[in-house]
Design a protein around this ligand. Sequence first.
Ligand code: NAD
Length: 326
Amino acid sequence: MRVHANDGISAPAQEALKEQGFTVTVDFVPQEELAAYINTEKVDALLVRSATKVRKDLIDTCPGLKLIARGGVGMDNIDVAYARKKGLRVVNTPASSSISVAELVMAHLFSMTRDLYKANRRMCVEGHDAACFKEMKKSYGKGAELRGKTLGIVGFGRIGKWVARYAIGNGMKVLYYDRSSTVDHIEVQLNGDTVRVGIKMVPMEELLNACDAISLHVPATDDGTPLLGAKEFAQMKKGMLIVNTARGNSLDEEELLKALNSGKVKAAALDVFENEPTPRADLLAHPNVSLSPHIGAATMEAQERIGDELVDILSAWRDEVTVGRG
Ligand code: NAD
């Protein structure tokens, strides 16, 4: 069976698939040439991450394609319902990158509370100048600690729960809001022991009002309505920190800019943007925004877990198809 991983796959997973008899290609094929490549090379399974789009036209043009696998969580780059209607198997690896995203959230929270992102931007160009050094030492020497602060988590699924574990491990209090989950505790591993920690869900309005920082962990909204819009920004406690590693349309960027300029939001950390891969320049240039280029899931460990999960998915699928044929 022929597998093409257009956005790459870990080297161990590539080897494992080859050992199991799959023919694997990993060279990136540009979007406009992909359909022809799939047909010419008789690709059975197409593996993608977030870069390659698998839209209706590609699905229609490639009748030989049988499986589409997304290494990672969000499948907004794939026309999932359409593909399934046409009989294709569409799968993802949802749990593989939760820890990586949660660690990036903590990195951004620490960066914002200690103004690290601001210091980093300036130290490399101005740090050698004594007057600038002294001015920066004074400006960025008024940071805060995370311990004792309250983090509000919106969306208490896989990633939300991991963020809670890291935040609790760092001495933060955690509240959450989720439209369907109602868990009242999570299990946290501390130095080899598993500890059961109680956790409270509150209404969104209370969360916006009670927390020092909020972190978004919901899927892309179907109708494009942002979870944090004008109404929600108005309900926020002054001096709030916001982290968005969910999806660009999870918050209204225009309203965020207004809230940053008024001081309602002290700082925001963004890993995802409404207009990826060309986010708006005024947002990127804002002095109170800590930035990363959609790398939440992208760690070496996550890549390996994704690769392992894809190998399991593909071999189980091949066995199923082969038995079906037999
Ligand atoms: P998940 O499905 O495990 O959890 C999502 C939770 O959000 C669910 O509990 C659901 O009930 C809740 N929810 C959905 N809509 C809601 C709403 N409107 N209000 C309140 N709660 C709502 O998903 P996950 O694995 O935790 O991933 C969350 C999101 O993180 C993904 O959908 C994806 O958009 C994003 N993500 C980003 C990166 C990155 O690189 N930055 C990587 C992986 C995932």
